[in-house]
Design a protein around this ligand. Structure first.
Ligand SMILES: NC(=O)c1ccc[n+]([C@@H]2O[C@H](COP(=O)([O-])OP(=O)(O)OC[C@H]3O[C@@H](n4cnc5c(N)ncnc54)[C@H](O)[C@@H]3O)[C@@H](O)[C@H]2O)c1
Length: 437
């Protein structure tokens, strides 16, 4: 297999973050801390991962960055937008995810990163009120202001390339409508202030129009509409969404494939969470929670295939709750009660109690998505990047294709795509060793 033509990762890569709250600031502060030798990039495949190449007997397991050219941490420059004026030091301190002593040590760099004015519409996030917001006559005007921000950011920071990862709040639930179907309809909608164009779509439009890869870390539609996919193909831009796969859903997509592989039945899966950060406050509104609920509910059906295995999963009751509970801040607790059944239908239970740290789990995903989307762009890949489903709770797919939720299948696809880019053999684990000499 020939190597893909991959442009080198020379120069600086701008990482643009709409929404500079808990996740974004934990990500930025973490990258700076790692650069200064104050911590390890735990959880980031691009920084810590190795990849097996060739036959098992060859024992070739290089680091991923030796296989494909990746942007280095030292070459990343951070910027973004928020409706609060706090710089990254202030916002990270407010989020209370990272130790204040660590933040104080890197205060100089963090305070220098100040959010640009946001494109915001309170109708989409009812629980937030902020004054650091752009004004414009139309949504197209706002998109053009964002494009101007991006151009200026790239010049001011000497960036050769940029990518954008939505780390903003979860917007209210909306369904795809006529305005989302074609680039023409979307652009007309932007000019006529169509109410179904959410702020996250205005950011996505600005990025994709400029050929800047875009990933969506929240469950709202954003780039998951036909118009945005069409635009991504027109401008040669890779896109990925939606909703970072952390915490409870990560556990679910680890456990469910295992239970399914053993053909153990499931009668019910009850998941509940308490969390007290700003994300929790936003999700306390039913319209915003609905967006998250839809994203979280989809995973089991696809993995378990109840239509094929009625007797095992046909009557499964699946419920997901999120409860805003301020005392815990970003330290979420997620409980799962799983009622399973074994041989002759005998019932058993599994209880999972995950005391996780939401933004600690999400930060390395922002980094990996950014670095791998930039790789995709330099490899001339465009449109939906399904191989990045590994990072996402509700992966965006081409029309008619069901998403893949099984974490292990997602990881294989990710690694095989890296092998493909590097011109290495795809590994299927299907070697029939008993026939080999
Ligand atoms: N932490 C996780 O494990 C995790 C997992 C999956 C998804 N997410 C999603 O990631 C997003 C960020 O989470 P968080 O914990 O950092 O939340 P957060 O509330 O701390 O930060 C979100 C920030 O986005 C800003 N914002 C909202 N609308 C904006 C707009 N239109 N333009 C610019 N800024 C805007 C808010 O002011 C806030 O500062 C949320 O949508 C959340 O649901 C988080």
């Amino acid at each position: 297999m020939g190597k893909l033509k991959v442009a080198p990762a020379t120069g600086k890569l701008g990482i643009l973050l709409p929404g500079m709250g808990a996740v974004a600031t934990t990500f930025v502060a973490g990258c700076i801390a790692v650069r200064r030798g104050l911590g390890q990039p735990v959880g980031a495949f691009t920084q810590m991962g190795t990849i097996r190449l060739g036959k098992r007997t060859e024992n070739r397991k290089p680091n991923i960055n030796e296989v494909v050219p990746l942007s280095q941490l030292d070459d990343l420059v951070f910027g973004g937008w928020d409706l609060f004026e706090d710089n990254v030091f202030e916002a990270a301190s407010h989020a209370e995810v990272l130790d204040q002593r660590l933040l104080d040590e890197i205060k100089d760099e963090l305070s220098a990163i100040k959010p640009m004015k946001a494109v915001f519409d309170k109708n989409y996030v009812k629980r937030l009120e902020g004054s650091h917001v752009k004004t414009g006559t139309t949504k197209m005007d706002l998109a053009e202001q964002l494009m101007e921000d991006i151009r200026k950011f790239k010049i001011d920071n000497g960036c050769d390339r940029a990518i954008m990862v939505w780390c903003g709040s979860t917007e209210i639930y909306i369904e795809k409508g006529p305005v989302h179907q074609t680039v023409e309809a979307l652009e007309e909608g932007l000019r006529s202030n169509h109410p179904d164009i959410a702020p996250s779509m205005i950011y996505a439009y600005a990025a994709v129009k400029m050929g800047i890869p875009y990933a969506n870390g929240a469950p709202n539609l954003s780039c998951d509409v036909p118009a945005m996919v069409e635009l991504a193909h027109q401008t040669g831009t890779p896109i990925a969404g939606k909703d970072f796969k952390t915490g409870q859903t990560l556990m679910k997509t680890v456990l469910a494939p295992g239970l399914k592989a053993r053909y153990l039945g499931i009668d019910g899966w009850f998941s509940t969470n308490i969390l007290g950060n700003r994300d929790g406050a936003v999700l306390d509104d039913p319209d915003n929670f609905k967006t998250k609920e839809v994203s979280k509910l989809g995973v089991l059906e696809q993995i378990l295939e109840p239509e094929l295995h009625k007797e095992l999963y046909g009557d499964m009751y699946h419920k997901v709750r999120i409860n805003y509970y301020p005392p815990r801040g970003d330290n979420k607790e997620g409980w799962d009660n799983i009622d399973i059944k074994g041989w002759l239908g005998y019932p058993m239970q599994i209880k999972v109690d995950f005391l996780c740290r939401d933004s600690i789990l999400a930060a390395p995903l922002v980094l990996d998505l950014a670095i791998l989307l930039d790789l995709a762009k330099r490899s001339e890949m465009k449109g939906i990047q399904e191989w990045l489903s590994f990072y996402l709770k509700s992966p965006q797919t081409a029309p008619g294709l069901p998403p893949q939720h099984d974490l292990f299948k997602q990881f294989e696809k990710l690694k095989n795509t890296i092998r493909h880019i590097a011109g290495e053999e795809i590994i299927t684990h299907l070697g029939l060793d008993y026939y080999e000499e």
